[in-house]
Design a protein around this ligand. Sequence first.
Ligand code: ZN
Length: 311
Amino acid sequence: MEDRILGLHHVTAIASAAQRNFDFYAKVLGLRFIKKTVNFDDPGTYHFYFGNEVGSAGTILTFFPWPHITAGRRGTGQATEIGYSVPAGSLDFWMKRFDAHNVIYNKPSERFGEQYLPFLDPDGLKLELIVSKSADPRTPWTTPEVGADGAIRGFHNVTLTLANRQATADILTEVFGYQLVEQHVNRYRYATDTVQGAGIVDLVEVAGEAPGVVAGGSVHHIAFRVKDDATLMRFRAVIERRGLNITPQIDRQYFHSLYFREPGGVLFEIATDNPGFTVDEPLAELGTHLLLPPQYEARRTQIEAHLPKIV
Ligand code: ZN
């Protein structure tokens, strides 16, 4: 049990304009802005984190806002949809809210016995609000405009689009401990029973579809959750034994990570719960400061001058 993957940790996607990205996720969707930092590999650009109050694993959506990025394209070898869990009865509220904020959406439909509302963020990233048929006890972050009866609980699932699902399915089942739980036409649903919420990955198999282009409005990688560093390193050994290239452990300031490209082409990360988002600012002040990792503190003045102000 201790070596199991505990569902999704976070999803990281690419945006263009930083302010527009902030407005959509923090204001329209009502997520908590939990961290304003920079891209550790490109400190002239932001890295934004949105989640619940504390930034629990399974609620965290992060963005690299790259102002001049071209638009990506959905296709194979990509995470193509991000599903958020919302309460039963809330989809009407969300459609009215989307109308008021000019959000592009489709009418709700049903999949695997769950109502869902597909929509696009301002960069064209595809998301869904899903009424989960299993209990989701997670306490949401709420705002004056998005109360507890509508607020997003965290992730429900992610969808990966693949030319052939088998090798990816093998990673999920043989390494991560997921099981195939449902199938409809070319959509295969895998789930872990280790968590309530954020425990589902859907694989959609579309032979012959063109590979996706990872750029603006697309998912950069998805991260799976483990409880600590020892578990992380046990997964590293298992993945290496399968002949896949995997990075050394990387310190991401708020969690510790490994990265590998799964055989279907999607960039996977495995990340720890520790140390969490209160490591460099108090819970009540999450997201209110520009936080830099130690290696960039000496350059704070130049970095701050270069980044657009977010209000
Ligand atoms: Zn990541």
